[in-house]
Design a protein around this ligand. Structure first.
Ligand code: SF4
Ligand code: SF4
Length: 377
């Protein structure tokens, strides 16, 4: 296992994410405890010392099951991370109550890493609102040793991250973002990483395989990768990409079966970053993948002044691209929950004024209608 220095810790560069644990009968809330314990045992034996759970994973059961599995090991043999569930605004006034419950669920008396979970458009105002006392409470827990390192995870835009960092950046020791070779430009991950670097905050990576989507690529892309590294499987390329970024300290992979865990560990036994040609090829493949699905909006904003409904068309198209590419998911609905009703895709009246000026000839009205239909299921 490769290790990375983080302050006084030596962290395994690969962490075990507990958001996609094996489940029984396809029911997300029924974690297969025996299989999870077997996976934790294998991970511990093979040098993984970082375990990442959260209040909401597996309907609240991930913390319970991980706490139980890890209780078989000395407390100083693993690092445990969990998060304050600010993705649900009804939790904002319950930070103390939730934190105490999390310690109990995880069977520990301190967390090595604790995060503001999922800073995004929907909750940034609440996270920054002092009346909830979240920052104050968590920094207090850090002072009294019940949190060893404080950070945040972000699914929001660059601008949202910047607002959070402007307010709390000095106290943040790490940040978890969605980073992989596809989101490098597609979700602006490169710029987000640079922003974190400016704040001297190391990067924790989530979704290194984009929820499994990068575990396989098209036949043509596979051939191009095999020509460069015949001995490397497709998922390994996603990890080698991350090994090539010195800003990245931790890569979390949500492993849902034993074989996946074994394969990931095998990859992380070797440090084999990409050379320039390999990096160019991989990013070229990412561009091909995005082009096949996404609308080519360049955010030139020519269209916005022509929209009688005042829609933020490029921002909506960016979310539409994300939603289509992922085949649904929570990111677009979450970001749209912060958008007033009269500025939602459903507010489009199909007048096509925008389309007359779009240099990319995007069928914007059709995209808005399709987006509305997709969001309504
Ligand atoms: S088609 Fe929709 S998005 Fe385009 S200008 Fe008309 S209302 Fe705005
Ligand atoms: S004019 Fe076209 S390319 Fe420019 S922001 Fe609007 S939709 Fe995007």
């Amino acid at each position: 296992m490769i290790y990375k220095d983080f302050q006084d810790f030596k962290l395994s560069a690969l962490g075990m994410g507990a958001m996609r644990l094996p489940v029984i009968d396809g029911d997300d809330s029924r974690i297969d405890e025996a299989a999870t314990e077997q996976m934790v045992a294998y991970a511990m034996e093979h040098g993984i010392n970082y375990y990442d759970t959260a209040w909401g994973y597996h309907n609240g059961n991930s913390e319970l099951v991980m706490g139980k599995a890890l209780s078989a090991y000395p407390r100083d043999s693993f690092y445990l991370a969990t998060k304050f569930p600010g993705y649900d605004l009804s939790n904002m006034d319950k930070v103390g109550e939730i934190f105490e419950k999390q310690l109990e669920k995880c069977q520990v008396d301190y967390f090595d890493f604790y995060l503001f979970h999922n800073v995004c458009e929907m909750n940034i105002d609440a996270y920054l609102d002092e009346k909830h006392g979240i920052y104050e409470y968590l920094t207090e827990q850090k002072k009294n040793g019940r949190i060893r390192h404080l950070g945040f995870s972000a699914h929001g835009s660059y601008e949202v991250m910047k607002r959070f960092l402007d307010a709390y950046g000095d106290a943040m020791e790490f940040c978890q973002i969605q980073l992989n070779y596809l989101d490098w430009t597609f979700q602006n991950a490169k710029a987000k990483m640079k922003l974190l670097k400016e704040h001297h905050i190391p990067v924790w990576v989530m979704e290194p395989l984009r929820g499994g989507r990068l575990a396989t690529v098209s036949e043509e892309h596979t051939k191009r990768l095999e020509q460069l590294r015949p001995e490397e499987g497709t998922p390994a390329w996603a990890f080698r990409f991350l090994q090539s970024l010195p800003e990245v300290t931790m890569v979390l992979s949500g492993m849902s079966d034993f074989e996946q865990l074994q394969e990931n560990i095998r990859t992380w036994e070797t440090f084999w970053p990409l050379n320039v040609t390999e990096m160019d090829t991989l990013l070229g493949i990412a561009q091909d993948m995005v082009k096949k699905i996404a609308l080519p909006c360049t955010a030139c904003r020519y269209c916005t002044s022509h929209c009688p409904k005042g829609l933020n068309i490029p921002a909506l198209l960016e979310l539409y691209n994300e939603h289509c590419f992922t085949g649904g998911g929570f990111i677009a609905p979450m970001a749209l929950s912060a958008v007033p009703e009269d500025k939602q895709p459903s507010a489009c009246i199909g007048c096509k004024s925008c389309e007359k000026v779009c240099p990319q000839q995007i069928k914007i009205s059709g995209a808005m209608a399709d987006f509305t239909a997709r969001l309504n299921g």
